[in-house]
Design a binder for this molecule. Sequence first.
Ligand code: FES
Ligand code: FES
Length: 154
Amino acid sequence: MAISLNINGSRRSVEAGDDVPLLWVLRDVLGMTGTKFGCGIAQCGACTVHIDGSPVRSCLLPVGAIGDKAVTTIEGISETPEGARVQKAWLDLEVVQCGYCQSGQIMSAAALLAVTPDPDDDDIDAAMSGNICRCGTYVRIRAAIKQAASDGRA
Ligand code: FES
Ligand code: FES
């Protein structure tokens, strides 16, 4: 069946069953492969997108449950002020190692800064603990979030 989605500010019509996870619609139907598959059970954070600005694991979100809510993916996050600052900080501090987890990390970090512009370590731990990085880039991720927060105050 045809489902209408608002993705990164554009209206998209996709052919998919209601219960198909959003992640598969993004990657396999729309060819938006920036959002990654890691575990498929909402345990790693690689598939994180925003639904109306809040971070959500797209691997378990049925596409039929989204309705008119705004979907933002890694392909669109630079259009938000927080997303632009996070991506700049990620590049400045060379956060990325293999890169596989990083779309999800950036989406969670941008969502954090949107609601908590000046996060402390506990805020960062709470927001980012569900995003796993097998390369262990956690120290640089924390530093980059703090730089992005600082840039927001400048
Ligand atoms: S793939 Fe969705 S949380 Fe791991
Ligand atoms: S950069 Fe390799 S898994 Fe995070």
